[in-house]
Design a protein. Structure first.
Length: 339
């Protein structure tokens, strides 16, 4: 019996020593210590042992069970440690590897310019108003002192939907809507899409404008000039000069065209400014008293100034873009240059 115990101990020890994974180790545990394992078998064989030897042999068998158990536990810990170590190596993250970059989109240049314009006027107390793109003749023309058959309608190639409904040709249509809806003082900035039947390198059938309207007491051309100068200095940076040139719009009187010193040649004269040293950036003027009257505002009590900026024009000047159609072709190679 003692022989057998010794043999079992040696065979168990050597199989435990050879095992290289936890599954095999468990098989050995079953083979020796399981219900029908060899050590359990020994206990069953106790009945063949002489009664006086039983306590001693029993003790030996029990010792055997404990030693094999201990050896199994020890091996299990070793195997687990090895497994953990290799998992740490194979699953480790190299934090010095370059990160996978995901492509970031960018704003459309027209949106960039629009945001910049709004930003430049922010702090001057302007409120944003967005009017409808499908507009009544009433707001786009009549209330702005452009009655039917007025020759000024020829300045804008209007896209009509019906006789009285059209695609707005100018964000000025919002002027009349705001003046009818609210009482002065008013300070409105109105960006949006406008439409004209016109299509070449510098004209698009759809383009963007930003309207400004201020109505208050004692407004003069000086207020217009001061506001626009402050805005243009922020927008184009550097020390540029502005000048007002007489112009004509039916809804402003007097009307002006606003020029800034050419940012390409700083006023010396170049291809961009066609040798004049000046670049035209917007139309503006003092709100015509007839427009105020049309919108039920007393022109003897209130005056106003208004201006209209073409966003594509500003973007083309700012980024040196030669053709307006580039904005709307949506070629990503073009669009992703503006970040
Ligand atoms: N609405 C005019 C245009 O589209 C621009 C403008 C706006 C002029 C406001 C004067 C005042 O040409």
């Amino acid at each position: 019996m003692q022989e057998k115990i010794k043999e079992l101990y040696e065979s168990a020890s050597s199989s435990i020593a050879q095992v290289s994974d936890l599954k095999q180790l468990d098989e050995i545990r079953v083979a020796y210590l399981g219900k029908s394992g060899s050590v359990t078998g020994l206990l069953k064989g106790m009945r063949d042992v002489a009664p006086e030897d039983r306590p001693k042999v029993g003790q030996l068998v029990n010792d055997l069970r404990v030693s094999i158990g201990n050896a199994l536990t020890e091996k299990e810990e070793q195997l687990k440690a090895i497994e953990m170590k290799s998992a740490l190596i194979s699953e480790s993250v190299d934090i010095t590897m370059p990160a996978k970059s995901s492509e970031m989109g960018s704003l459309h240049p027209i949106n960039l310019v629009r945001n910049e314009l709004i930003e430049a006027f922010a702090g001057m107390g302007f409120e944003i108003y967005e009017g409808p793109e499908i507009e009544l003749d009433e707001y786009n023309f009549r209330l702005l002192n452009i009655p039917k058959d007025h020759p000024a309608r020829d300045m804008q190639d209007t896209l009509y939907i019906t006789e009285n409904i059209l695609l707005r040709t100018q964000t000025s249509s919002g002027q009349a809507r705001v003046m009818q809806a609210k009482n002065p003082p008013l300070k409105i900035l109105s960006p949006g899409k406008v439409y004209r039947a016109d299509d070449d390198a510098t004209h698009s059938p759809m383009f963007h404008q930003m309207e400004g309207l201020v109505v208050d007491k004692n407004i003069t051309l000086c207020d217009l000039k001061g506001t626009l100068e402050a805005f243009l200095k922020k927008m184009f940076k550097g020390d540029l000069k502005t000048r007002l040139r007489p112009s004509y719009f039916p809804f402003t009187e007097p009307s002006v065209e606003v020029d800034v010193t050419c940012f390409e040649c700083k006023g010396k004269g170049c291809h961009l400014c066609k040798g004049t040293g000046w670049i035209e950036v917007l139309g503006a003027g003092i709100v015509n008293r007839r427009v105020l009257e049309n919108c039920n505002i007393d022109p003897d009590e209130y005056q106003g100034f208004a201006f209209g900026i073409g966003l594509e024009r500003i973007a083309m000047l700012k980024y040196g873009i030669p053709d307006i159609r580039l904005f709307f072709e949506n070629d990503v190679r073009f669009l992703k240059q503006f970040k």
